[in-house]
Ligand binder design. Structure first.
Ligand code: OTU
Length: 643
């Protein structure tokens, strides 16, 4: 930390916007506070590029000036309030605006629905311009800031973010930081032969370097985009395309790319975005001879973005979209000197994958093993807890854990794919397989929560007990994320038990991507009949809504409670406690089709039973304990409060 060093780099220049005169000293203060690490990381990533570092400092000054005053003030409030994202009040939903409400103004009209459900944190899927043909649901970007006309105008978006601020709704948007579309202006110029922009991507005149990379790179979309490079005839060069062929990987070894992308990030923040989801951030740095995922340089680069935001928009936080091995995920909160300087939020992909494992096996053994071996996250970091998102469900377990349970990792993964992807006649699940790779046997799972949990099949057969079981499983899964530490995030439609959407098969631009099966259009007819409805949709909605309400009433389920995982010896159950000094909730979930039992005297000793009876907050049921055992019905979710 060194004020005068920062001053020197700025050439002694002072900021001149008079409207911000009262905020002005903040820039230098913040820069000075972050200068040492910023300087170190920049020199390590870009040795000998002093001129680019001066450009970075100048850019930071202008980005600071460009931040709207209202947001500057919000930054100050948030800095004063501490870790605002760790307050217990947040309950999130993820949605595609076109599929939920047709447009941005339509979304404004639907806010009462979300408020009634208890949602105050929204992840809106990509909104900016994208190619007309296949565009990976907007993850191929033609612009980082211009709203795609299909959603409305930029003014509609700005108006919406203002409404969100009035109502206290937190807005999360994507920053597709790893790649642009092949129609992005830089890609266009590269294609026309401009060497400056060819150097914004990884482009090569022949296969020599691509082949060296390929020797160690896995394939992300092996069915539809095999390999990691695409030949572009117009420029007669190969370009790195790790995801789809129309998504060109940005070359962050070029400091100009970092500078430009920082501008795009700040512009996003300045539109009123509170949480920036760094898409595919594990892939940001490439190195021959490695898988080019989770490299130390990627962490440094993310920290560099974070430190720059710390100077220009410190109220804005970053979510790590790192759907990677359990031990790698937690590193995105920042380790060592990067602790507290990387991402504030990360997806709890380990919990997510293990919950699906528990449903299929009816056992919680792998869930416990994975959770117990997770390194603790730093106190500044928080999880986003979810049961599924717009993507596939990957089987992100540690093979060693599977082995330690006496199972064979290959066979276990095959079983899960078979169970969820309709290869076992007896399985209630109705999902689809995504990106099966015959070489490795790897594949991922797609499907809406309700269809994966048996509702679609139950409706087809009309069996009442199967219907009831599916509803219980949907509530069970949501009840766990709603009682977990961090921000729960529900996928829009799952609260209504939405089934798979097969309409994508008729759309040539989507038909080869089975993730569209789990991105249904919101069923407003079902919403309109909720009051009268007694069907599974209405049951699920009613119960999820009431669990959200309970979460709000019980501060211990929010920020106040620490988490204690309890091993009971019964491998069909998950038991965890949220505990503060004065309050506690014991969460009990039964993943089995039979009644399972918990030792009642142990529960009583901890304070979760009174006068020999229990009170389950989730359905207000009360009951007596018999023969010293608490009975947990099939697929039941219990929240017991400390007496
Ligand atoms: C992300 O996911 C997005 O969530 C996807 O919707 C995009 O298609 C993709 O990036 C490209 O922008 O491969 O199947 O962590 O799992 O980053 C999903 C690795 C994906 C990947 C993840 C990626």
């Amino acid at each position: 930390m060194n004020q005068s060093a920062a001053h020197k780099w700025l050439g002694g220049k002072r900021l001149s916007n008079p409207r911000l005169s009262d905020l002005e000293p903040l820039f230098e203060k913040r820069l000075a506070a972050n200068f040492t690490l910023l300087d170190q990381l920049f020199q390590e990533l870009y040795p000998g590029r002093e001129n680019d570092f001066s450009s970075l400092l100048e850019r930071l000054a202008s980005l600071f000036r460009a931040r709207p005053r209202e947001l500057q003030l919000q930054d100050l409030q948030r800095l004063g309030a501490g870790n605002w994202y760790q307050e217990g009040k947040w309950v999130g939903m993820q949605l595609y605006v076109d599929r939920f409400s047709a447009s941005l103004s339509g979304l404004e009209a639907r806010l009462p629905y979300l408020e009634d459900l208890g949602i105050n944190f929204l992840h809106l899927m990509p909104l900016t311009r994208r190619p007309k043909g296949p565009n990976d649901g907007g993850y191929a970007v033609n612009s980082y800031t211009e709203i795609d006309p299909r959603y409305g105008k930029t003014e509609d978006f700005l108006q919406l973010t203002e409404r969100f601020r009035e109502k206290g709704i937190c807005l999360m948007l994507d920053f597709v930081v790893n790649h642009t579309s092949d129609e992005f202006s830089w890609a266009e110029k590269a294609r026309q032969g401009d060497p400056k922009y060819q150097a914004y991507y990884y482009t090569y005149p022949d296969r020599t370097i691509p082949d060296l990379f390929e020797a160690h790179l896995p394939e992300i979309f092996p069915e539809t985009a095999p390999g990691n490079f695409s030949y572009i005839p117009e420029m007669d060069r190969w370009v790195m395309t790790v995801f789809n062929t129309y998504q060109w990987d940005l070359n962050y070894s070029n400091p100009e790319v970092f500078l430009e992308m920082l501008g795009n990030l700040a512009a996003l923040a300045n539109q009123g975005v509170d949480v920036v989801r760094f898409d595919a951030l594990a892939f940001l740095w490439k190195k021959i001879g490695t898988s080019s995922q989770n490299l130390p340089e990627a962490h440094k680069l993310i920290a560099l973005f974070r430190l720059c935001l710390q100077v220009v928009a410190p109220g804005v936080i970053i979510l790590a979209e790192a759907i990677v091995a359990p031990l790698e995920i937690v590193k995105y909160f920042g380790e060592g000197r990067l602790e507290g300087n990387e991402c504030e939020l990360a997806y709890n992909a380990t919990l997510m994958a293990c919950l699906w494992d528990a449903i299929a096996t009816k056992k919680t053994s792998l869930l416990y093993k994975s959770l117990l071996s997770l390194p603790p996250k730093p106190p500044e970091g928080s999880w986003i807890n979810y049961i599924r998102c717009h993507d596939d469900i990957g089987l992100g377990f540690d093979d060693n854990h599977i082995r330690q349970l006496g199972w064979d990792p290959g066979a276990h993964r095959r079983f899960l794919l078979d169970y969820y992807c309709q290869r076992l006649g007896w399985s209630p699940a109705k999902g689809a397989i995504f990106m099966f790779n015959p070489l490795t046997g790897d594949g991922r799972i797609t499907g809406s929560a309700a269809s994966l949990l048996g509702l679609e099949k139950a409706l087809e057969t009309g069996q009442a007990d199967a219907l009831d079981t599916a509803v219980r499983k949907i509530v069970l899964m949501h009840g766990i994320i709603l009682a977990s530490e961090g921000i729960p995030l529900i996928y829009a439609g799952d609260e209504l038990a939405a089934l798979n959407d097969y309409s994508y098969l008729k759309d040539a631009d989507k038909a080869d991507d089975s993730r569209w099966i789990n991105r249904p259009y919101h069923d407003w007819k079902a919403v309109a009949s909720l009051k009268k409805g007694k069907g599974p949709g209405a049951q699920v909605f009613g119960q999820i809504r009431s669990l959200i309400g309970l979460r709000r009433q019980l501060p211990v389920l929010g920020a106040a409670g620490k988490t204690h995982l309890h091993l009971t010896g019964n491998d069909h159950l998950l038991l965890f406690e949220r505990r503060s000094e004065t309050d506690g909730v014991m969460v009990i979930a039964n993943f089995d089709a039979e009644v399972q039992v918990v030792n009642a005297s142990w529960l009583a000793r901890l304070g979760y039973l009174a006068e020999g009876g229990y009170h389950n907050l989730t359905d207000h049921s009360r009951g007596k304990v018999q023969s010293g055992l608490l009975e947990v019905p099939p697929y039941a979710l219990m929240w017991l409060q400390l007496h």
